[in-house]
Design a binder for this molecule. Sequence first.
Ligand SMILES: [Ca+2]
Ligand SMILES: [Ca+2]
Length: 257
Amino acid sequence: MINEYGNGNGTVAPGTKMSRNEFIEFVIVEKTSSAALAAMTFGDSNDATSMLQGVFSFDRATLDSVLSGASLSEFLPGTIIVVKGSSLGAQELGYNPFDNNADAWKIELVAGQGAKDHVGTLINGNITIGNAGDVVWISTSNPPSRNTDTSGFVHAIGHDNNPGLIANNVAAAFGAENILRSTATSGVSIANMGGTTESLVATTTSTMGTTNGGDNSLWLDGVRASAIPEPGRALLLAAGLLLGLTRRYRVNATSES
Ligand SMILES: [Ca+2]
Ligand SMILES: [Ca+2]
C-alpha cells in the first residue's frame, strides 16, 4: 500500500527520472519476496490525474542484499519502503524487524539506485508530484499497457480538486476516500492517517520512513507485533519474563536489607 507521498519542487535530478526532493512511502501488508516486489511497477500521474506519467520498478539485487543482511527470505508485514529523490539523503538499507526500533522496520531507496525508471518507454515521464493533483500507484502490470491503463493497480492514493480519469478510476476501484479533494503546494505531504481504509490528509509535517501518527501508527504497530515470527516473539517474551524476575528479586532484596 502507499502510505504517504511528499511534494517538493519538481526539479528532476539528471539520470534519476524523479524529482530531487520528493518521496513515496510504501507499507508492506503481507509477507513479500524481493522477486514479487521487483515484478511490480509503481509511479505517478500527470497534474490533471488523467494519464500515467512516471513508471518505476524496484531493483531486485538491492532488495536481496537487504533481506540477506536481515537473514530473511521475505519482507515482513509492517515494513516501510521509501523511494526518494537524490537530495533526500543516501540509501538506507539496514533492515532488522527483530530490533524493537521503528527505524529497523524501514529501508530508503534512492531514485536511479535501488528503485529505477522502468526500461519500457511506452510511458516515459518523470515522477514529479503535482500541486494541482497527482495519483501515486503500484501495479502488477509490468509496465501498464498504455498511459490510461489502471487495470493492474493493486493500490493507489491521490489528491485532486477536479479528478481526471486516473483519479476517478482509483476512486471507483479502491473507494472515494483514496482521492483527497485538495491541492498540495510544495512542502506538503499527502498521508494516510488511517489503516487499510484510507483517511488522507494534506500536511506540512511529513513523516518519511515512519508511521504517520494517530490510527496509522496504531495500525502498523499492531501489524508489526503480529508479524514477528514465533522464535523472535518467544525471545521477547523470555526477555520480559527475565526482567520481571529481576524486578521481583530486587524488591525482595530491598525489603530484606
Ligand atoms: Ca505527477
Ligand atoms: Ca510516513
